[in-house]
Design a protein around this ligand. Structure first.
Ligand code: ATP
Ligand code: MG
Length: 435
């Protein structure tokens, strides 16, 4: 048969390989502890939703809906579907569908992949994971502040830094409408300096021009009218309340009046956490308040806010922090000589696992010497050798693979009766761990 052409993975969609899994698992475990410590409970929604949910929930004139969504028609029934480009719309859809906030507000979180058709580059992929946190039914600003302090705690727990916090207040629809009139007038005066995207958005969504990534527009954007100058008393009180709590918690921040965020449905609070250590893709988390959204997808008016963390960008920062101690190895590696030794080795591995230790049992044929090499490479603390002579004597040999006083007893291999091997290993591991 002719050699088949290799099939590559889809551009911008990455594999997590076993060698990198320990870091990801470590991160996910920290995240699970951290959200629990603030009373958030997990919600898992499908990866695919009706396209209309995202169009209504994110907004028609946004990068995501205009050009980044993986949408398709289900050929079997003609339904128009989209792979989620973010979590909020699906979370809110589920909350409305299951009436989640009927008995009070809810704190929920999710982790998983989202999909956006962007130009792949460092920190920007077409499938990427987000940690998503939402507080549904809370009017704030205390909950907005909770989101900011919990993120500050996460960065500290993970040992990444410095990450700077930018915040802004987008006010309410009426305030943005007045701002919008002046914003359009400003950009019209400088129409010759706008790019195609900005010109197109000038009348559909001029606020989004402030979010441009085109450096050529920086000057016109910097001179634009600021939303914060259009805020009424209630919005200002919300913004000040947030700043008071965040300041009292000792968290540094700066107000960026041009921070508008990519999605259409935000009001009042928006924020981003940014690092300089990742080049152009430096925003590791963005979020804010979206009080109008739940009504927009068919629910009762319900205030809410939330944020999403870009996992790949955080992992890249973590990877740079070299002093992380992340165990990736097993505890025990069982080697054997095949034939009559395979079955006792197989069963011995099970009885060691019964005692709560992690065990890799050699599978297949290989010389004892090459198995010992694999045992060493596995990161195991001890090798258990089930050879022909040991089995004939109803025993196995234990050998320490890492040098230290605690393992000295097994530095030379020691013969232990089969039935006593699990206990002996548990004792040896306990001493090793308490060093
Ligand atoms: P950007 O301005 O970088 O395009 P965004 O405003 O589109 O970001 P959000 O929708 O706020 O991003 O998503 C939250 C976080 O997800 C971002 O802060 C970022 O860390 C991460 N993120 C966004 N897009 C990508 C991507 N294509 N690849 C990897 N991570 C991403
Ligand atoms: Mg984007």
């Amino acid at each position: 048969m002719a050699t088949q052409r290799k099939i590559a993975g889809v551009r911008g969609m990455n594999d997590l390989l076993p060698a990198d899994a320990a870091l990801v698992e470590w991160f996910e475990a920290r995240v699970a502890d951290w959200v629990r410590s603030y009373g958030y409970r997990q919600i898992r929604t499908p990866i695919v939703e009706y396209t209309e949910l995202f169009v209504r929930g994110i907004g028609e004139v946004t990068d995501i809906v205009e050009k980044e969504m993986y949408s398709f028609e289900d050929r079997l029934n003609g339904e128009r579907l989209t792979m989620r480009p973010e979590f909020t719309a699906g979370t809110v859809r589920a909350a409305v569908e299951h009436n989640l906030v009927y008995d009070g507000p809810k704190r929920v979180w999710s982790i998983g992949p989202v999909f956006r058709h962007e130009r792949p580059q460092r920190g920007r992929y077409r499938q990427f994971d987000q940690v998503n946190v939402e507080a549904l039914g809370f009017a704030g600003p205390d909950i907005d502040a909770e989101h900011i302090v919990m993120l500050a705690r996460l960065w500290k727990t993970l040992g990444i830094g410095p990450v700077r916090l930018e915040i802004n207040c987008l006010g309410q629809a009426e305030e943005r409408a007045r701002h919008r009139v002046d914003l359009i007038a400003h950009f019209e005066r400088h129409a010759d300096r706008l790019d195609d995207d900005a010109r197109r958005r000038l009348h559909s969504n001029p606020l989004r021009i402030l979010d441009t990534k085109n450096p050529a527009l920086a000057e016109v954007v910097a001179a634009a009218p600021r939303i914060t100058d259009y805020l009424g008393a209630a919005s200002l009180a919300h913004f000040e309340g947030l700043q008071r709590l965040v300041g009292a918690a000792g968290i540094a921040y700066s107000v960026n009046p041009r921070l508008v965020r990519g999605l259409d449905y935000y009001n009042l609070t928006v924020f981003e956490w940014i690092t300089d250590a990742l080049g152009a893709q430096g925003t590791i988390c963005g979020g804010g308040r979206y009080d109008p959204l739940i009504e927009r997808v068919g629910g009762k008016p319900t205030p809410a806010c939330g944020y999403a963390i870009g996992v790949a960008r955080v992992l890249e920062l973590l990877g740079a922090a070299a002093d992380l101690e992340i165990g990736s190895g097993t505890d025990i590696y069982v080697v054997h000589q095949g034939g009559a030794t395979a079955e006792p080795a197989f069963l011995l591995a099970e009885s060691i696992r019964d005692r709560g230790l992690d065990v890799v049992c050699h599978a297949g044929d290989a010389s004892l010497k090459s198995q010992m090499k694999r045992a060493d490479a596995s990161g195991a603390e001890y090798a258990v050798i089930v050879g022909e002579s040991e089995v004939a004597a109803g025993a196995a040999a234990i050998k320490a693979l890492r040098g230290s006083d605690a393992t000295a007893a097994y530095a030379e291999q020691r013969i232990v009766p089969l039935a006593q091997v699990p206990d002996a290993l548990v004792d040896a591991m306990t001493v090793t761990e308490s060093e």
